[in-house]
Write a protein of this length. Structure first.
Length: 64
């Protein structure tokens, strides 16, 4: 989205992305539904989130 300033008015101008042809790749689909790949990706995501500083997700010990 672009905001255009014509001095007296600010108008939103929407620029659409060009259409993209969908591609179906059997190999990629097989990897996505593979249970081992799913578990590995889930583990990697949990590890990644664990390394981030996300204090808003920590349990509040003052509630006790």
């Amino acid at each position: 989205m672009i905001i255009k300033d014509d001095r007296s008015v600010i108008a939103l101008i929407h620029i659409r992305d060009p259409p993209v042809e969908p591609v179906f790749d059997d190999t990629a689909f097989s990897e996505l539904i593979d249970e081992e790949t799913h578990q590995r990706l889930k583990h990697d995501l949990v590890e990644h989130l664990g390394r981030l500083d996300l204090p808003h997700l920590e349990e509040n010990s003052d509630d006790e």
